[in-house]
Design a protein. Structure first.
Lengths: 574, 126
């Protein structure tokens, strides 16, 4: 490359203060109009303290050079570097990084467009204790309209491991980018994801600016238009995630997932732990798929059946987990319930008789007190295990000491989504995407990835015993509802993460085992205890409508419908 | 006295048990045969029939659930369109002066106040 890192006296004829932002753009055979729009959007910034480093990675199209020449002298703050050979996006990006001298670097693709106040808005959020910032973005359709804004959560490490939900616009302190070694070669197409993962290792959490500050161009060949357009990039992305996990000391593998751009992380279970399954029950019966059942029998049998422990209670499970079943049974429950459980679980069963008025939290607490496992699985009796590997998935995640609690995907009897993590948004508490199709990937793939949540339901949640004890167990002030909300918020207040995973799943026949209407006092208590925490959900977004948990935007913030190329080649404008 | 309803070939038989005396094994066998019906299907077969029926019921419910789920998803799209339409209609009905005031209010609450608070925060932290 031709450029060296500039200083105010080396590269500029007149001394100038160090700019706040260095916008880095690599160019290769860009559509001239798109490149023009990109460069013009930088020139139009209301923020004045910036420089623009453009590296042409030996473009073959002569128009590219013409456009760069056209814009070269306009602002007086643009440095254009022409590479003599095509080195790929990582090499070109490193050249740009080397030439940058701003306090922060801004990564801008050659066909994307910044909003006019992008740098000013970022500048307004810069703090001393954060090194990396990212904003929301939307898609720029070929007809020039902005569509499908992506309103992102605040920093979510687990989600970043599962897919690059951040993408654009990223601003990072240059010294930190230098510290992690800039862009790595061999990761072209996923170089930005690789960089973000390495930045996360040294300077998490990133700061999120909940404003659309970049329009990501949706052209037929771009990932914004068709996420399958660069399959090789996803293989490299999986490698980047795998490397990151190794550097973090996490024993796990990553591979391309079910959907493009999603990575499937598999974590082996270590040290053959014991999981204590705490099932409070009063032996409720109900009719599921036309047949009557005693719920708790099927809840326990489904756990043991898939693990081969059905007839050999106490034996090691597939995946290296031992299981202990603790049934907390109400006094006066039909004896057939306990008898059935004994025949299903054998020696693995511990029965605790509960003789006080119904209090779910207290039942959980006495169940946990009677258990001995390293992990505690809180399980409602009206459930049935769906994915045989669920426990392994949850334990795999909970092995990480920074994780306090792991939740699962729960489906209604008819396969619709019952639980996709909690959302606490503007005082409204509910399950994310309640009632959506159970196999739907969700908006922005929210239902297809492991991600941090504000809370998860206690109908099927795994907690490490030390975490359960440290936060003081379930709050018995919440006898029926919101005990899991309170528990989740206390786990988070202890500094730990709560992860929801789609790879662990149960049926949850909610409300079939009894009606539990939410009382006004319960709402009042949770508001008094957790006012702000149920008002602002860091894993949702302030641009989304109140009173809902389905990622519906506030009015007039949803943009145009997305542009889509149909299989027959026609274009659908949504 | 307990009444047990037994369905077989659309015929209902009512068996009345008038005392609690344990039945002889032969009587019990006859009673169970009457419960099962004249064809005396094995319990394993009955179990298999029940399992098959349950699977069919589950598949049918899953199809309904899929459709209901799609409806939920579409209702979000509908809400999106309706709320946008609502705001646009409201704007269309506004007088120019009201529109200016509204825009100023919105800019004040969504842009100026948050940015000013950021500046204040930064000033305080420095």
């Amino acid at each position: 490359m031709n450029g060296n890192r500039c200083t105010t006296s080396e590269q500029l004829s007149t001394p100038r203060a160090q700019p706040r932002f260095s916008v880095l753009t690599t160019v290769y055979d860009t559509e001239p109009d798109h490149l023009r729009a990109c460069l013009a959007s930088v020139d139009a910034q209301t923020e004045q303290s910036w420089e623009h480093i453009v590296v042409d990675d030996c473009s073959q199209r002569p128009e590219v050079r013409a456009v760069l020449a056209e814009f070269d002298g306009q602002s007086g703050r643009r440095t254009v570097i022409y590479r003599s050979d095509n080195g790929g996006i990582a090499a070109a990006s490193n050249d740009a990084l080397t030439a940058a001298c701003g306090e922060f670097v801004v990564l801008l693709d050659h066909d994307d467009v910044l909003t006019v106040d992008a740098l000013a808005a970022m500048g307004g959020h810069l703090r001393g204790d954060a090194d990396v910032y990212y904003s929301d973005h939307d898609l720029l359709r070929p007809d020039g309209r902005c569509a499908s804004p992506m309103y992102k959560p605040d920093f979510s490490l687990e989600r970043l491991r599962n897919h690059n939900y951040i993408t654009h616009l990223v601003v990072a302190r240059r010294t930190v980018v230098d510290q992690v070694g800039g862009f790595r070669s061999g990761f072209d197409g996923a170089q930005d994801h690789d960089l973000l993962l390495r930045l996360a290792e040294v300077s998490a959490p990133f700061d999120h600016v909940p404003e659309v500050l970049l329009h990501w161009r949706q052209s037929p060949a771009s990932v914004a238009s068709d996420s399958m357009s660069k399959p090789e990039a996803y293989n490299r992305g999986a490698r980047a995630v795998g490397d990151h996990l190794t550097r973090c000391g996490i024993d796990a593998t990553a591979e391309p997932g079910k959907y493009a751009g999603i990575y499937r992380i598999r974590r082996p279970v270590r040290d053959r732990p014991t999981v204590s399954v705490i099932v409070p029950t009063r032996g409720s019966r109900g009719r599921i798929w036309g047949a009557e059942r005693i719920f708790v029998h099927d809840a326990v049998a489904s756990l043991l059946r898939v693990t081969g422990q059905h007839e050999l209670a106490g034996a090691e499970l597939v995946g290296g987990i031992d299981l202990e079943i603790v049934a907390v049974i109400d006094e006066g429950t039909d004896a057939v319930v306990e008898r059935g459980l004994r025949s299903i679980a054998g020696d693995a069963l511990t029965v605790v008789t509960y003789g006080r008025p119904f209090n779910f939290s207290e039942k959980i607490n006495v169940g946990v007190a009677a258990s001995s496992g390293d992990y505690v699985l809180l399980l409602n009796d009206d459930t049935e295990l769906l994915n045989p590997g669920s426990l392994q998935e949850m334990v795999g995640l909970a092995q990480d000491r920074s994780v306090g609690m792991v939740g699962a995907k729960l489906l209604f009897e008819d396969g619709r989504l019952q639980h996709g993590g909690h959302v606490y948004h503007r005082g409204f508490i509910s399950h994310a995407l309640l009632g959506w199709p159970g196999d739907h990937p969700g908006p922005y793939r929210a239902l297809a990835v492991e991600r941090e949540c504000s809370g998860v339901t206690a109908a099927a949640a795994l907690v490490r015993r030390d975490v359960f004890d440290e936060v003081g167990g379930m709050n018995e002030a919440f006898a029926v509802n919101y005990n899991d909300v309170d528990f989740s918020l206390r786990v988070r207040a202890s500094g730990r993460r709560i992860i929801w995973t789609p790879h662990a799943s149960w049926y949850h026949f909610e409300q079939q085992s009894g009606e539990h209407p939410i009382l006004d006092e319960e709402i009042l208590t949770v508001q008094q205890l957790w006012g702000r925490d149920i008002d602002v959900d860091p894993f949702y977004n302030s641009n989304l409508a109140p009173g809902r948990t389905d990622w519906l935007e506030l009015p007039l913030r949803s943009g145009a419908p997305p542009y889509e190329v149909l299989p027959d080649g026609r274009v659908s404008w949504g | 006295m307990a009444a047990v309803r037994v369905g077989s070939n659309l015929t209902c038989i009512l068996i009345f048990m008038t005392d609690a005396t344990p039945a002889e094994p032969g009587d019990e066998l006859e009673r169970l045969r009457a419960l099962v019906g004249p064809s005396e299907i094995a319990y394993e077969s009955l179990q298999a029939d029940r399992d098959a029926a349950q699977q069919i019921a589950q598949a049918a419910m899953a199809e309904t659930g899929e459709l209901n789920g799609r409806l939920t998803e579409m209702s979000v799209q509908l809400s999106r369109a309706r709320q946008d339409q609502d705001v646009l209609l409201l704007r269309a009905r506004m007088t120019p002066w009201r529109r200016v005031v509204n825009r100023a209010k919105r800019r004040w609450s969504t842009s100026i106040v948050p940015r000013a608070s950021h500046v204040v925060d930064r000033f305080r932290s420095s």
